[in-house]
Structures are given as structure tokens and as C-alpha cells.
Design a protein around this ligand. Structure first.
Ligand code: UT7
Length: 325
């Protein structure tokens, strides 16, 4: 047996933050943001909204499309770095909202690579029969941890959630190869140091903004391009595929220039590369499942298509998955 995605869903908050809005908050311009990142706007959750709500909506859609009952789900993996609360996991909170009462649920903290980590973990569990149906989610309210005085990060991030139901199919279809990697030596390239046991929430750490995301964008950019291209090549090789076999490439949406550089390095034609960064910015773990669902909804992905997904994020973490739809 192989594991395949049987249904997808996504959900966004209604609030929109445009580049023009940001021009009023920090010293930036639509021209700079568009030319350096490709981003025109991003979604922003309203006060009172929280991560699991969007994750549950995306999951309900995925469950419906897969044609299963929530009680048939054995495993719920929620990739997020912006959980509802410290305890219990956001996956458990989603489980309760779905009524998926027979599942084991836990969160994955792998930043932007979290969804591909989730697929990579669920894949062998389905293949060996331990799990029949798994719900894998990427869900983030990143705008809650954005420092709106730091123009180098605040223009990048947005909110949203995407979900996928994985289940068994005959060999030759579904996930053909999956690889994940990380390197903790790069912690301080992209991190939020406050709020844990090392520098908990105190008046001092909050005043210092330790809970906000900090990034050395330039450094991250270079490693991201190299790592995403390298791991994608490995996954294609393992799956016995060539670049020409790819019908659709869905990279993590971090920066249009990263997407272009990775696509060029892999020699994937522009027409096969998915991008929604203009509308949604960087939604971390949510960007790939949202992208996949948008492709399903628009009819861009068809039966037997070969899809390559690749990601890179804080940790550093990175990964790639190749599948036949
Ligand atoms: O999703 C997880 C992984 N994340 C990523 O992969 C993100 C990777 N990094 C990036 O996408 C890019 O590095 C950024 C978009 C974050 C920055 O773009 P860049 O082309 O690398 O710009 P830079 O950091 O080298 O900054 C160039 C200039 C600087 O000014 P000086 O020092 O040359 O005078 C910045 O201060 O642009 C300035 N700058 C801005 N100017 C207007 C930085 N942010 C802004 C801004 N508006 N928002």
C-alpha cells in the first residue's frame, strides 16, 4: 500500500492587510515589498480569532472531500509554530472541534516545513497499516508574533490554514518519496526567543519584544534556495522521476524570488510552478496545503499528475515530497 492525499481544504481569516496599509505603519513601500518579495497583501486574523478555528474549518472541508467520517481518523498532526495555547496541543483542540474522537493527536513544530514533516510521518504509518486515515494540517496566525516596527519581517507574514486527509491506495500512486531534514545550528537565523522556559513571559522580555519573530533574511534566503533544490533532487531521484515528469511544483511561499531561484535550479518550467504569494504572503506551515487545495479547487491538478512540494523554514528545517495524484 501507498499513502495518498484523499481530500484537501483551506481557510483564511477575512481581514486583509495590504502593502498600502503597511506603508502607514513602517517605513516601506509597495514598490520595495513587491519587487523584493512578490507580496501585495496578506490575511490577518481579528482579535478573538485563534489558530484552531481556521485549522478546523480547513479540516472539515478535507474530511468532506475525502468522503470519510471524523471518527475514522486515526491520527491528527497539526504543524504550527503559533498554537492556541501551550497545553494541550492545537491538534487536540482541533480534534475536539471535529469530533474525531478515535484519533491520536499531536502538534509538529517544524516551522515552514511542518506540513511536509506531517506527510513524512503519516506516510509510513499508513503504509504499514498502523493508521488508516490521517489528518495533516498546517495552521498559523503568524501576525500575532510579528513586530510591526520591524520592516524586515512585518511585511512578509500572513495567516491561514490548510489540511489534507491521507489514506491507503494501491502502490504507484500517492506519496512516491518523502525526505525531511533539519540543522539546529542555525537557530538564530530565524527564531522567537521569548515565551519558553529559557526566557519566559516577563515584563522585561515582552518589553524587549523577545516573543516576536526575528530573521536574518539574507542568510536564510541563500540556504533556503540551496537546501530546497538539493532535497527536491534527492526525492525525485528516489521516486525514479525526472524534472520533466513534474506536472506541478508547489514550493513553500516565502518569497517569489526564492520560488523562482529554486524552480530555475531544478529546471522546472514557470508554467508548472504554483504561486499565491501576492495574495497571501508567507503563511509558514500552512502555505503548501493551502496551495495544494487552491490547485484542487481550480482544477489545476488532475488524476495521475506528478506533484513536487518543497519547503524551508526556521530551525533550520527543510523537506520535499513527490506524489502521484
Ligand atoms: O519562510 C521561512 C523562510 N524565510 C525565508 O525564506 C525568507 C528569506 N529571506 C527573504 O525573503 C529576503 O531576504 C527578505 C525579503 C526578508 C529581504 O530581502 P533582501 O533582498 O534580502 O533585502 P535585505 O535584507 O538585504 O535588505 C536590503 C535593504 C536594506 O537597506 P540597506 O541596508 O541596503 O540600506 C534593508 O534595510 O532593504 C531594506 N529593507 C526594506 N526597505 C523597505 C528591509 N526591509 C524593508 C522593507 N521596506 N520592508
Amino acid at each position: 500500500m501507498n499513502a495518498a492525499i484523499l481530500g484537501t481544504g483551506h481557510s483564511y481569516p477575512e481581514g486583509i492587510l495590504t502593502n498600502a496599509d503597511l506603508e502607514k505603519i513602517v517605513e516601506t513601500s509597495d514598490e520595495w515589498i513587491t519587487s523584493r518579495t512578490g507580496i501585495k497583501q496578506r490575511r490577518k486574523a481579528a482579535p478573538g480569532e485563534y489558530t484552531s478555528q481556521f485549522a478546523a474549518r480547513a479540516s472539515q472541508e478535507a474530511i468532506k472531500r475525502a468522503g470519510i467520517d471524523p471518527n475514522e481518523i486515526d491520527l491528527i498532526l497539526c504543524a504550527t509554530v503559533t498554537p492556541d495555547q501551550i497545553l494541550p496541543s492545537t491538534a487536540c483542540l482541533i480534534q475536539a472541534q471535529l469530533g474525531a474522537n478515535k484519533a491520536a493527536a499531536m502538534d509538529i513544530v517544524a516551522a515552514c516545513s511542518g506540513f511536509l514533516y506531517g506527510l513524512s510521518i503519516a506516510n509510513p504509518m499508513i503504509r504499514c497499516g498502523q493508521v488508516k486515515y490521517a489528518l495533516v494540517i498546517g495552521a498559523e496566525l503568524l501576525t500575532r508574533y510579528v513586530d510591526y516596527t520591524d520592516r524586515s519581517t512585518c511585511v512578509l507574514f500572513g495567516d491561514g490554514a490548510g489540511a489534507a486527509i491521507l489514506g491507503p491506495v494501491e502502490e504507484g500512486r500517492g506519496i512516491l518519496a518523502a525526505r525531511i531534514r533539519s540543522d539546529g545550528r542555525y537557530e538564530e537565523q530565524l527564531y522567537a526567543p521569548g515565551g519558553g522556559t529559557k526566557a519566559g513571559f516577563t515584563a522585561e522580555t515582552i518589553a524587549r519584544g523577545d516573543h516576536f519573530f526575528k530573521m536574518k533574511g539574507n542568510e536564510v534566503f541563500k540556504v533556503a534556495v540551496r537546501s530546497m533544490a538539493e532535497i527536491s533532487r534527492g526525492v525525485l531521484c528516489e521516486a525514479g522521476l525526472k524534472t520533466e515528469d513534474i506536472d506541478l511544483f508547489i514550493p513553500h511561499q516565502a518569497n517569489q524570488r526564492i520560488t523562482d531561484a529554486v524552480s530555475n535550479a531544478l529546471n522546472v518550467d514557470e508554467s508548472k510552478v504554483f504561486s499565491n504569494i501576492a495574495q497571501h504572503g508567507n503563511t509558514s506551515s500552512a502555505s503548501i496545503p493551502i496551495g495544494l487545495d487552491e490547485c484542487v479547487e481550480s482544477g489545476r491538478v488532475k488524476k495521475d499528475d506528478v506533484i513536487l512540494m518543497a519547503s524551508f523554514g526556521g530551525g533550520f528545517t527543510w523537506g520535499a515530497v513527490a506524489m502521484r495524484w
